[in-house]
Design a protein around this ligand. Structure first.
Ligand code: NAP
Ligand code: HSE
Length: 429
């Protein structure tokens, strides 16, 4: 039998999926054990836009929600984006009409995953989202199916291609953040609202989904502690290199005595380690899976080809009849995660201060840190500009987050300190 597909959204990802299905339908049908994998209907905003594929034999719906009610559609593929509005209505209508759904929409699932997964369970249809996390890397399938024998203790990774592209380019060229962001947008990596990328929100959406699959938690964006890369300067990247580190935006989820900790933040990662070597729009996820050992998944995390690859794999999975709980367990078994607060976290830190180059300023900064029990591992001051601003950079030994934050507040209050001090945790393990 033919599996009949309706696609909403024909942009970077949807356009890529159309191209793969147009070019390779026979091969994919054979892999799925079906007569054909056929796109029967599509929808986007602008019917006149060239999608690089002949659409004349495919029905066009001005309203994407109509795809969910077409009797000739078996699988609705949602590639519109956004956690509310069209995407949410399309997916919930499709599921309640008994259609399988494939989506790349991590924002939608991070906010409404449990409700949508429950609808899929009730209708006994698939809700698949491989493309929502790390583009072409099959990490969702790996966590849902491949790594279930042993308890997972932690996962951490580079989950956003836009941020990794920006940090890589800033390091390679010394260019500023905003210049490079525009490039990532032109390459099709960024979200419609790129503040989701650079503010860490997109990584948090993905982390909530990975944590759910790995630890059996409800995807819950409120349980993720998030900060982004907007304040990382070329100077921080250069100082990190001098100390033997690279700055990466990481998503980290781990078991702790307080529950499942989920956090997203820029981190100092030791140079020449596998994570530090992940460049450009590539993503990577390290998973510690008990006696199965540690794993490193790496590949292209954003853009047309990798993401279309993951969407097509899900469509073929559905065509093969793979229907199982979206998050690997029935929704009723998923547990609400607690937010593990950053204040109690212990870490070493990279600190940078812009200070007036006058005698005693270094001693004063060090004293404030000492007052909070924060011990300095190494430090450097670059340049000499008497009476002007210079950078002081310090690496601390492990200390409670709250103590470092208190010291920084006291330091920032000095009239010899300009700008908010920069504080980046070091991922030394
Ligand atoms: P995109 O290039 O902006 O494409 C969005 C598509 O949705 C466009 O075709 C647009 O129509 C259509 N659309 C928007 N609003 C619509 C509405 N109200 N009614 C009908 N169609 C509408 O976005 P994208 O990069 O492909 O991303 C799509 C989804 O994939 C998002 O959830 C995103 O988070 C996810 N994702 C993206 C990537 C990536 O690398 N780009 C990777 C993984 C996951 P027009 O073309 O006519 O304007
Ligand atoms: N904006 C996302 C990123 C797309 O840059 O990683 C892939 O999910």
């Amino acid at each position: 039998m033919t599996i009949r597909v309706g696609i909403a959204g024909l942009g970077t990802v949807g356009g890529g999926v159309l191209k793969v299905l147009a070019a390779d339908a026979a091969h994919l049908a054979a892999r799925a054990g079906r007569k054909d994998v056929k796109v029967v209907a599509v929808s986007a905003r602008d019917k006149a836009k060239n999608r690089g594929v002949d659409l004349t034999s495919i029905a066009w719906e001005d309203n994407p929600i109509a795809l969910a009610s077409r009797s000739d559609v078996d699988v609705v593929v949602e590639l519109v984006g956004g956690s509310e509005g069209t995407a949410r209505e399309l997916v919930s209508t499709a599921l309640s009409n008994g259609k399988h759904v494939v989506t790349a929409n991590k924002a939608l699932l991070a906010y409404h995953g449990p409700e949508l997964a429950a609808m899929a369970e009730k209708a006994n249809v698939a809700l698949k989202f491989e493309a929502a996390v790390c583009g072409g890397i099959p990490i969702v399938k790996a966590l849902r199916e491949g790594l279930i024998a042993y308890e997972i203790s932690s996962l951490r990774g580079i989950l956003n291609g836009t941020c990794n592209y920006i940090l890589t380019e800033m390091e390679a060229t010394g260019r500023a953040f905003n210049e490079v962001l525009g490039e990532a947008q032109r390459l099709g990596y960024a979200e419609a609202d790129p503040t989701l990328d650079v503010g860490g929100g997109d990584t948090a959406h993905k982390l909530a989904l990975l944590a759910s699959l790995a630890f059996g938690t409800l995807p819950d964006i409120d349980a993720v502690d998030v900060s982004g890369i907007q304040n990382i300067s070329p100077a921080d990247i250069a100082f990190a290199a001098e100390f033997g580190y690279r700055i990466k935006l990481l998503g980290i989820a781990k078991r702790t005595s307080d529950g499942i900790e989920q956090r997203v933040h820029p981190a100092m990662v030791r140079a020449r380690t596998p994570l530090a070597a992940v460049e450009s729009s590539f993503n990577a996820v390290e998973v510690k899976a008990g006696e199965a050992g540690p794993f490193l998944f790496q590949g292209r995390g954003a853009g047309e080809g990798p993401t279309a690859s993951a969407v097509v794999a899900d469509i073929v999975d559905v065509a093969r009849g793979a229907v199982s709980p979206a998050f690997g367990r029935p929704v009723a078994e998923l547990k609400k995660p607690e937010k593990v607060m950053r204040e109690g976290r212990i870490s070493a830190y990279y600190l940078r201060f812009q200070v007036l180059d006058v005698p005693g300023v270094m001693a004063s900064v060090s004293q404030h840190l000492a007052d909070e029990g924060v011990s300095i591992d190494s430090m450097l001051q670059r340049g000499r500009s008497p009476g002007e601003a210079v950078s002081i950079v310090m690496l601390t030994h492990e200390a409670p987050h709250i103590a470092v934050e208190r010291a920084l507040k006291a330091i920032a209050a000095s009239d010899k300190v300009f700008e908010t001090p920069c504080m980046i945790p070091m991922e030394t393990a």
